[in-house]
Ligand binder design. Sequence first.
Ligand SMILES: C[S@@+](CC[C@H](N)C(=O)[O-])C[C@H]1O[C@@H](n2cnc3c(N)ncnc32)[C@H](O)[C@@H]1O
Length: 240
Amino acid sequence: MLNPEQREQISRQITAYENEVGVGLVKVPFGYKTLALRVDQLVASPEIMNSGVQVIQYLAQFPELVRGKRVTDMGAGSGIIGLASALLGANHVLMADIDNRAVANVEANINQLHLKGRCEVFQSDLFHNFGDRPKAEVQIFNHPFFADFPVRNKEWTQMMLGGTELLGKYFEEAPHFATSDALYILPWLTLAENNHGIDNDPGKRAMAYGFTVSRVTEQHPVKSGIQQSLFKIYELRHRV
Ligand SMILES: C[S@@+](CC[C@H](N)C(=O)[O-])C[C@H]1O[C@@H](n2cnc3c(N)ncnc32)[C@H](O)[C@@H]1O
């Protein structure tokens, strides 16, 4: 269940996608540089949902988190997080998304940035199609924040409306596809907090699945996009 403010936020995001805001070549602030990404309509756009921008600015501030590491970017969207990780020196990046539109979009961006040797993208519902690929040392999931189901006949709204089961399933599955000492990075938009029931705040949810919070950083909204409440970025570890 969403509160009125959350419903209003979702409605503004949906309207922006339907009006093709943030489509085409999008330039995203990335440390002192910019990252130029192609973004297709109905794929998560940094000019609408700026949580990906928050994550890559965090990574640009702490590049040692991904440098030299095998990284998984779950729910890759345009590829913003996985591609930024590769540009910061990740050894290899797996990017997966349930939506084939996103997979094609990431593929185009991998080619445009000449990162084919170090990045792989494929369709997968969470880890379903990961097979026996090498385990990640860093797992990043910019998950759908809002605790309600996708809008009927607008399946693409699964990019923002994940229900509450998705995150639980992620926490159950992720350790099987990561090394035992892996780092997990998940952002959180505090506007999506639900005071009357379960929500998707990783800081509240992860403990039940054997994770501990090793660091939480608060970030003020960036200038782009329409997600303008306080962000948190969680670093988690799984207890073995
Ligand atoms: C908040 S968007 C983040 C997109 C991108 N990482 C970014 O930062 O802009 C969430 C993404 O998760 C994907 N997603 C939703 N459910 C999924 C699932 N079960 N398995 C894999 N990806 C999923 C959506 O299609 C969407 O691209």
